[in-house]
Design a protein around this ligand. Structure first.
Ligand code: NDP
Length: 290
């Protein structure tokens, strides 16, 4: 980070404090504000400047990062400081929907501020490590003006001018994670229904299995994007039979089977004429969209 870059962080929860620490470490002047002021104490001890009000906080830096519980809280906190925003840049890293992001951009623009929306693909302990990346959307010139500074919290990935696209991709990525963890707990519940099953032992098998299966995703994705005949095919009857078995075995093990019952019902409705489940067939995405 440019040593002269000054940044303000509004919101010092678990994530906001990690962002502030990363920016302090990067060497810029870091101003912080939080409703519960005591959460700034450690940061101030490490070199941050505590602002007394939100207005004082935004005026301290050309760039302010906002990291709060949700957009309603962000709106309530920023609104009283609206008159101070002209000529400054707000980067809202609060989790929210694409529509909320677009509305926030309109509100910020209306007060003369540049606005970027962002999605943090990290947990507090991985901020500023090689694992962390952050999605951004909004006017490209705003992103380019602050990219170097933003890189201090994680690799900065610009997605496009529509302020909502970072939130869309953030929530799409989180939804994949969410379903993965649901799948994890489902499979552990099945495995530990057996007298000899242990979550730790089972997970030693699950990790390499899922890691291997994740390698197939780029080929699925290429099929989805291509107009050509999909490359990856599987017998629909084979897939359906195993999904029905997953539902039955879950049920027999005293584990909820509704996901697999729904999955089987979806597969039964797919309009495949040749009994092949084509990974990239739009019908699969259509089934997810309905
Ligand atoms: P925390 O619960 O630790 O912090 C919440 C923040 O919101 C605090 O600054 C809190 O202030 C403030 N806040 C909550 N309610 C109010 C209110 N009514 N009025 C004023 N301030 C309020 O959450 P995180 O820091 O973990 O998360 C912040 C954002 O970062 C979320 O949008 C989250 O989805 C996102 N994020 C978090 C990740 C994580 O692993 N933690 C990962 C990726 C994104 P106070 O301290 O005064 O309560």
């Amino acid at each position: 980070m440019n040593n002269t870059a000054a940044v303000t962080i509004i919101g010092l929860g678990e994530m906001g404090r990690a962002l502030a620490d990363a920016l302090i470490m990067a060497g810029g002047r870091t101003t912080v504000w939080n409703r519960s002021a005591a959460k700034a104490d450690g940061l101030v001890a490490r070199g941050a400047i505590r602002a007394a009000t939100v207005e004082e906080a935004v005026l301290a830096s050309p760039l302010s990062l906002v990291c709060l519980l949700d957009y309603d809280v962000a709106d309530a906190i920023l609104r009283p400081a609206a008159g101070a925003l002209r000529g400054l840049t707000l980067v809202n890293l609060t989790n929210g929907t694409p529509d909320q992001a677009r509305k926030a951009e309109g509100w910020a623009r209306g007060h003369g501020a540049a606005y970027l929306d962002g999605g943090i693909m990290a947990i507090p302990s991985t901020v500023a490590t090689s694992q962390a990346f952050v999605l951004y959307s909004g006017q490209k010139s705003h992103f380019e003006a602050h990219k170097e500074t933003l890189e201090a919290i994680g690799a900065a990935k610009y997605l496009g001018a529509d302020a909502g696209i970072a939130a869309l991709y953030d929530l799409a990525l989180l939804s994949a994670m969410n379903v993965m963890f649901d799948g994890f707990f489902h499979s552990v519940a099945m495995a530990t229904s057996h007298d000899e099953g242990s979550a730790v032992g089972f997970t030693e098998l699950l990790m390499p299995w899922l890691t291997n299966m994740a390698q197939v995703m780029p080929a699925f994705a290429a099929d989805v994007d291509s107009d050509a005949e999909p490359v990856l095919v599987q017998g629909l009857d084979v897939v359906l039979a195993s999904v029905r078995n997953m539902a039955q075995a879950s049920h027999d093990a005293g584990v909820r089977a509704d996901y697999f019952e729904h999955s089987a019902a979806t597969l039964e409705k797919l309009p495949f004429s040749n009994a092949l489940m084509r990974a990239g067939d739009p019908a699969i995405l259509v089934a997810h969209r309905s």
